[in-house]
Design a binder for this molecule. Structure first.
Ligand SMILES: NC(=O)c1ccc[n+]([C@@H]2O[C@H](COP(=O)([O-])OP(=O)(O)OC[C@H]3O[C@@H](n4cnc5c(N)ncnc54)[C@H](OP(=O)(O)O)[C@@H]3O)[C@@H](O)[C@H]2O)c1
Length: 229
């Protein structure tokens, strides 16, 4: 069964992915900023098949390097870049928080590259390695909509980063796909969103299980359909 590294695994979609991968028998490295405060994750450690809970701030090179050296020699089948932020309330024509814009790029756009490249040696050891980045339809250039400049631009940019990585890593057999997880009832998505974290994670789990090298460089939705760039 797969060994899966999930960032931002302490809540929301990342936590639910962790739970579903564990239930399917996978070995899960559940990475989060503060393991001591990750109560839901810590509860899973008493299960028959516990996750390995690891500290990881995806924006900090030291933190990424520390986990990479801890996992040195461990094959990784799947790396899921899930950690993400919205960028706050001030992201309109009237008011813009420029510091938040830079911070959001650091988490949503740069970190998926930082994390993916740090674990390339581990991915290269797996039979069907996959890099999955939880992006958003809000970054789709073909879907016209207003506002949320910070979040939209960070997700549009990470889609491009993943498209380039897909081309460069194809020769190594590494599948790279950005995915839209749906509008999900998490802290980020809010209580009125379309689907539950369970539905989203189940769809993503099924999609990720089926991916082959023919799919690399495609943008998918949580339900398995290809998404417009
Ligand atoms: N919910 C939706 O409707 C929706 C729709 C489209 C895309 N997405 C994307 O799906 C992903 C997960 O979203 P969600 O709804 O589950 O959000 P969430 O409930 O707000 O959870 C976000 C996760 O990211 C982690 N995180 C933030 N900054 C981090 C950092 N610097 N280092 C490590 N972890 C960090 C958070 O950790 P802390 O607890 O430490 O803050 C938390 O675990 C995100 O990439 C988001 O953009 C969500």
């Amino acid at each position: 069964m797969d060994t899966v590294l999930i960032t931002g695994a302490n809540r929301g979609i990342g936590f639910e992915l962790t739970r579903q991968y564990l239930n399917a028998g996978a070995q899960v490295i559940a990475a989060c900023r503060d393991p001591n405060k990750a109560d839901a994750l810590q509860q899973l450690t008493s299960q028959a098949r516990p996750p390995s809970v690891e500290q990881l701030d995806v924006t900090k090179q030291d933190s990424v390097d520390a986990l990479a050296s801890k996992l040195d020699g461990t094959p990784l089948d799947v790396v899921i870049n899930n950690a993400g932020i919205m960028g706050g309330n001030r992201q309109s024509l009237d008011t813009m928080d420029y510091d938040a814009w830079a911070d959001t790029f650091s988490v949503n756009t740069i970190a998926p590259f930082r994390v993916s490249t740090a674990f390339l040696p581990n991915l290269k050891m797996a039979d069907r390695p996959r890099i999955i980045t939880i992006s958003s339809q809000m970054g789709s250039l073909n879907r016209q909509s207003t506002g949320a400049y910070i979040y939209r631009s960070s997700k549009a940019a990470v889609n491009k980063v993943m498209q380039v990585m897909a081309l460069e890593l194809k020769n190594y057999g590494i599948i790279v796909c950005p995915v839209h997880p749906g509008w999900v009832r998490t802290d980020m998505g809010g209580p009125t969103a379309d689907i539950s974290p369970q539905e989203s994670a189940k769809g993503l789990f099924d999609l990720i299980s089926e991916l082959t090298i023919k799919d690399t460089g495609k943008f998918f939705s949580w339900n398995g359909e290809e998404h417009d760039w």
